[in-house]
Design a protein around this ligand. Structure first.
Ligand code: ARG
Length: 459
C-alpha cells in the first residue's frame, strides 16, 4: 500500500477500507492526462520561482521517463498505489529523489483530479465528434445516391405519405448534426482550467493560473476555487449529450430491425454485421442493432447515476465524486463503440429498393394527394377528406390501390375526378410536388444536401 498521506495516522489502513477507497483500477485511464497536468504545473512553479530551473528539469525528465516506461510496458501500473496521482508521484520520488517531493507543491489531488478528468473528457469529446462525422459522411452519401428511391413514410408505424430514402436518411443527418453541436457547446463551456484551485480555497503560493491554463490549451482559468474542485456539470452535460446520441442510434436501430424483418425486407444487413442462431439454421439476426438499442439503457443509467450522486453533495470536494469516473468512462467507451459499429453496419447495408417502392405504392400513401386533387378542382378540403375516406373503404373492399380503380369507379364516388387523377397521385408526383424547404422532393433535397455538405466541410 503506497499512500501519500500516512503522517497523521497511527494505524495501518484496514485492507478492505484501502480497497474500497482506492481508484487506481479505473483512474489509470487518465495516466497520460495526469502526467500532462503535472508537466504544466511544474513549468508554472518554476516560472514563478517556486521551483528552481534545475528542479523543474529533473522533474520533467523524470515524468518523461515514467511516461515512456508505462507506454512501452517497462513500468506497470499496479494496485499497490491508491490512485494514478500517487502512482506518478511515488515513482517520480523513487527515480529522482528530493526534487520529486516538490511536484505536489501548491496542488491538491482535488484540483489535480478535476484537471485530469477535464483533459480526458476534452479528448473524448473530440473523438466522439469525429466518429459522428464519419457517420454523417455515410449518411450524406446515401442521401446523394437516393434522391428518388421511394419508400413509405410512417406515422404511428402506419403508412402515411411517400418519401425517399434520401429524405429518411436526412432526418437522421439532422439529429447527429445536433449531437455534434451539443458536444461543441459542452467543450466550449467546460474548457476552463481548475488547476491551482488547491483543495478548495486556492493556495498561498503565487501561482500563475492563467499560464497553466494556457499551457494546457484552456480558454482560461476557472473563477471560483470551490466550484473548480467540485464541478461535475460538464460530465452530466456530456452524459446527457451521449444519452441523446444513443437515443438517436437506438431509434435508427429500431428501424433497421423492422426494415430487416421478414415482413418488411426493406434492407438486408451485411453478413459481416449479422449473427446466426445456434438452433435455427435459417436465421440471420440483427444482433448489432439490437445491442446498440440495448446499450442505450446503460448510458441513460450513467446519467441518472451521476445526477443522483451529485445532488446531495455540499461544497466543496467530497469523495462521492470519485464515482464520476467508472460510469463516465464506461458510457464514453459504449458510445464510441456503438457509433463506430453503427456506421459500419449502415455503410454496408443493402437497400431493397424495389420492395421499398412497392411498399410505398400500397397502403394508400397517396390518399392525401387524392384529396388535394379534389381541392384543386374546387372541392372544400373537409369534403374532399370525406370523399377520399369513402374511396379508401371501397378500395379495401375491392383489394385495390386508388390508382388501380377505373375512372368510372372513381367518378361513381366523385364526378370531379378526371383522367389526370392518375398522374396527380402517382408516386413520383406525390414526392416531386413536395418542394418546400425540408420536404422530400429531389429538388428540395438537393438544396439540403448542398447545405449539409458545406457544413461537413467546416470540420
Ligand atoms: N481518486 C479521487 C477522485 O477520483 C482523487 C481525489 C482525491 N481527493 C481526496 N481528497 N481524497 O476523486
Amino acid at each position: 500500500m503506497a499512500q501519500l498521506w500516512g503522517g497523521r495516522f497511527t494505524k495501518e489502513t484496514d485492507k478492505l477500507v484501502y480497497n474500497f477507497n482506492a481508484s487506481i483500477s479505473f483512474d489509470q485511464k487518465m495516466f497520460k492526462q495526469d502526467v500532462e497536468g503535472s508537466r504544466a504545473h511544474v513549468k508554472m512553479l518554476a516560472k514563478q520561482g517556486i521551483l528552481t530551473d534545475d528542479e523543474k528539469e529533473q522533474i520533467l525528465s523524470g515524468l518523461e521517463d515514467i511516461y515512456s516506461d508505462v507506454l512501452n510496458g517497462k513500468l506497470e501500473i499496479t494496485d499497490e498505489y491508491e490512485d494514478i496521482h500517487s502512482f506518478v508521484e511515488a515513482n517520480l520520488i523513487d527515480r529522482i529523489g528530493e526534487a520529486g517531493k516538490k511536484l505536489h507543491t501548491g496542488r491538491s489531488r482535488n484540483d489535480q483530479v478535476a484537471l485530469d478528468m477535464k483533459l480526458y473528457t476534452r479528448d473524448e469529446i473530440c473523438e466522439i465528434n469525429g466518429l459522428l462525422k464519419e457517420l454523417l459522411e455515410v449518411l450524406i452519401k446515401l442521401m446523394e445516391e437516393n434522391p428518388d428511391t421511394y419508400m413509405p413514410g410512417f406515422t404511428h408505424l402506419q403508412k402515411a405519405q411517400p418519401i425517399t430514402l434520401a429524405h429518411h436518411m436526412g432526418a437522421y443527418f439532422e439529429m447527429f448534426k445536433r449531437d455534434r453541436q451539443r458536444l461543441d457547446d459542452i467543450y466550449r463551456r467546460m474548457n476552463y482550467c481548475p488547476l491551482g484551485s488547491g483543495a478548495l480555497a486556492g493556495t498561498t503560493y503565487p501561482l500563475d493560473r492563467e499560464y497553466t491554463a494556457q499551457l494546457l490549451s484552456f480558454e482560461g482559468a476557472t473563477l471560483n476555487s470551490m466550484d473548480s474542485v467540485s464541478d461535475r456539470d460538464y460530465l452530466i452535460e456530456l452524459l446527457a449529450a451521449m444519452s441523446t446520441i444513443m437515443m438517436h442510434l437506438s431509434r435508427f436501430c429500431e428501424e433497421i430491425i423492422i426494415w430487416n424483418s421478414n415482413e418488411y425486407r426493406f434492407v438486408e444487413i451485411d453478413d459481416a454485421y449479422s449473427t446466426g442462431s445456434s438452433i435455427m439454421p435459417q436465421k440471420k439476426n440483427p444482433d448489432i442493432a439490437e445491442l446498440i438499442r440495448g446499450k442505450t439503457g446503460r448510458v441513460y443509467g450513467a446519467l441518472v447515476s451521476l445526477l443522483t450522486t451529485m445532488k446531495g453533495i455540499p461544497l466543496a470536494y467530497n469523495k462521492d465524486m470519485q464515482e464520476d469516473k467508472e460510469l463516465t468512462f464506461d458510457a464514453i467507451d459504449t458510445v464510441k463503440g456503438c457509433i463506430a459499429l453503427f456506421t459500419g453496419m449502415i455503410r454496408t447495408i443493402k437497400f431493397n429498393k424495389d420492395i421499398m417502392r412497392t411498399s410505398a405504392m400500397k397502403g394508400f400513401t397517396n390518399a392525401t394527394d387524392a384529396a388535394d386533387y379534389l381541392v384543386n378542382h374546387g372541392v372544400a378540403f373537409r369534403d374532399a377528406h370525406g370523399i377520399i375516406g369513402r374511396l379508401v373503404l371501397y378500395c379495401i373492399d375491392q383489394d385495390k390501390a386508388i390508382d388501380e380503380l377505373s375512372l368510372d369507379e372513381l367518378k361513381a364516388i366523385c364526378p370531379v375526378f378526371e383522367e389526370d387523377i392518375y398522374e396527380a397521385i402517382s408516386l413520383e408526383t406525390c414526392v416531386n410536388k413536395r418542394t418546400t424547404i425540408g420536404a422530400p422532393s429531389p429538388d428540395a433535397m438537393r438544396e439540403i444536401i448542398k447545405i449539409n455538405k458545406e457544413y461537413l466541410k467546416l470540420g
